[in-house]
Design a protein. Structure first.
Length: 447
C-alpha cells in the first residue's frame, strides 16, 4: 500500500458559530474544547479523519484566533476571521464556511464571503444551529452570500452533518496530490523555527535553494529539491518551522503549520531537526506529535553539532537527554549533523534509507501470528472474574506505514499497557526502527 498525500478541509468562520462542534462531529470525538464563550478554541486543531471511504485532513482554524487580550473590538474579531480565511485559501482543498442560523448574516460573514468568492476556492456554506423548523427555513437568507446552496445543520444535535459532508467529499480532488517527481524516498525536513532546517537543506543540495536566515520562520513555503545518494534518489521537502500551539502570530506566519503538515503528508520519512544548544524542548515534542499522527518514518537529527565542544556535551549525553524528554518516540534513531560544516550527512541519509525500509516492511503472515500468540501465552492480559480480554489472531493490513489489526473478543478491554506490550514485541522481533505502528483492535461484531 503506497502512501499518498491526502486533501485538506478547513473550517472557517467568526467566533462562536460552532466551528469546534462541527470539527468534533466530523471527527467523531471531542478533540476540541467546546464552550459558549466566544474564542474558547485556543489551539488550531488538525487531524486525519475520513468520511465514508474518503480520507482527508481536517483543520479547525479557530486556533488562529489571538489570545493576546481578553476583550476584542469588532475590528480585531474581523482581523482574526480574515486571518483564518487567508490560511484556508492558501492551503485548503475545500473550505467549510460556518455561519450561525440564530444570528443570521453579519457584516463579518459578508466580508468573508466576498473574500472566498474572489479567491475561487471550493466552499461549502454551513449554517449551524438550525435546530428548529423556523431557523431551518430562515437559512434561505444565506443565499445572499453568493456561495451556493446553504446547508442547514445543527452540529450539536448531529442534524444535517451527513448532507454537509456529502457536499464536502464531492468537492475534494480525486488526483494524487504527490509531486510527479519519481523518487526512491520522499524526505521532509521539519522542526521548530530556527533549528537550521534550511541550512541543512542547502548542505544536502550543495546550493542555496532556500534562504538561510537567523530570523525564525523565514521559510514560508515548502520547497522541493532532488538529490541522489548511493544510487538512490531522494526528494527533499523543506518546510516552514512549526511553532508551539497558541503562539502562532497573526498574518503570513499562520501559514507555516498547515504547510509544514502538508509537506509531511507528502513525504515518507521526516527528519525531526533539533538544535544542539537547546535539546528536546516542548516545541520539539509538539512537532514530533504531528509526525506520529501522520505515521511517517522519523529520524531525529541533532543539528549544530559543531558547537558540542563548547557545550561540553558528548553524543551519549545528548541521546540521554533526548530519550528522557521524548520517551514517546524512543524507537526513533538519532543522528548528529553540522549543516554549517556539512558533517554527518552521509550517516544521516544512510539512516533515512534504513528507516524507509523498516517503514515499508511486510511481515510473513504465519510468522507474525506465531510471534503474537506466543507473546500472549508468555504474558496473558490481565483479567477479572467476569470479563477478560482474549486475543485470537493478528494480520498486517498495510505497510508504508505498517498497520496491524488484532482480533479480540472486546476491544474496550484492551488496556494501553497491553497495547504497548504488543508493540514492544513487534519492535523487538522485527525492528520497525523509526516507524510508528498503526495498531487496531477489532472485537467480535465490530466493523
Amino acid at each position: 500500500m503506497k502512501n499518498q498525500a491526502i486533501p485538506l478541509v478547513a473550517i472557517v468562520g467568526r467566533p462562536n458559530v460552532g466551528k469546534s462542534t462541527i470539527f468534533n462531529r466530523i471527527v467523531g470525538d471531542r478533540q476540541a474544547i467546546v464552550s459558549d464563550i466566544a474564542g474558547t478554541t485556543r489551539d488550531r486543531l488538525i487531524t486525519e479523519t475520513e468520511w465514508g471511504e474518503t480520507r482527508f485532513l481536517l483543520v479547525d482554524t479557530g486556533g488562529l484566533e489571538s489570545t493576546d487580550s481578553t476583550t476584542s473590538t469588532q475590528t480585531q474579531i474581523l482581523e482574526k476571521v480574515q486571518s483564518q480565511v487567508d490560511v484556508a485559501i492558501a492551503d485548503a482543498d475545500v473550505i467549510i464556511f460556518a455561519t450561525d442560523a440564530n444570528t443570521g448574516i453579519t457584516a463579518d460573514d459578508a466580508e468573508v464571503a466576498q473574500k472566498l468568492r474572489m479567491a475561487g476556492n471550493q466552499v461549502v456554506l454551513a449554517v449551524n444551529k438550525a435546530d428548529n423548523i423556523q431557523r431551518e427555513a430562515d437559512t434561505s437568507e444565506f443565499y445572499k452570500l453568493g456561495l451556493g446552496d446553504p446547508v442547514p445543520i445543527s452540529a450539536y444535535h448531529n442534524y444535517g452533518v451527513d448532507d454537509l459532508m456529502t457536499s464536502v467529499v464531492q468537492r475534494l480532488p480525486n488526483k494524487d496530490l504527490m509531486n510527479d517527481f519519481q523518487s526512491d524516498v520522499r524526505l521532509s525536513i521539519v522542526g521548530r523555527a530556527n533549528v537550521g532546517k534550511s541550512q541543512l537543506l542547502n548542505a544536502l543540495t550543495g546550493d542555496d535553494r532556500s534562504i538561510v536566515s537567523d530570523v525564525p520562520g523565514t521559510t514560508r513555503d515548502a520547497i522541493d529539491s532532488s538529490i541522489s545518494h548511493k544510487d538512490k534518489s531522494v526528494l527533499l521537502i523543506d518546510t516552514a518551522g512549526i511553532r508551539r500551539r497558541g503562539r502562532i502570530e497573526p498574518g503570513i506566519e499562520n501559514y507555516s503549520v498547515i504547510r509544514s503538515i502538508r509537506a509531511v503528508e507528502r513525504s515518507e520519512v521526516s527528519l525531526l531537526v533539533l538544535d544542539a544548544t537547546e535539546l528536546a524542548t516542548g516545541q520539539d515534542s509538539h512537532v514530533a506529535s504531528y509526525l506520529l499522527q501522520a505515521y511517517r518514518g522519523i529520524v531525529i537529527v541533532v543539528n549544530k553539532w559543531d558547537l558540542s565542544k563548547n557545550l561540553g556535551m558528548s553524543k551519549d549525553d545528548a541521546k540521554k537527554i533526548i530519550r528522557e524528554r521524548m520517551k514517546f518516540i524512543n524507537f526513533v534513531p538519532i543522528q548528529f549533523t553540522s549543516a554549517l560544516n556539512k558533517t554527518g550527512l552521509d550517516s544521516m541519509l544512510n539512516t533515512v534509507f534504513h528507516v524507509h525500509m523498516q517503514w515499508n516492511q511486510t511481515l510473513p503472515r504465519y510468522d507474525l501470528r506465531r510471534t503474537i500468540l506466543n507473546a500472549v501465552a508468555d504474558h496473558p492480559p490481565a483479567s477479572n472474574p467476569r470479563h477478560g480480554l482474549k486475543l485470537y489472531g493478528v494480520t498486517q493490513d498495510s505497510f508504508g506505514p505498517p498497520g496491524f489489526t488484532f482480533y479480540v473478543n472486546r476491544s474496550d478491554l484492551v488496556h494501553f499497557s497491553y497495547r504497548r506490550y504488543l508493540e514492544n514485541i513487534l519492535r523487538k522481533t522485527y525492528g520497525f526502527d523509526g516507524a510508528p505502528l498503526k495498531m487496531r483492535f477489532k472485537g467480535r461484531g465490530e466493523h
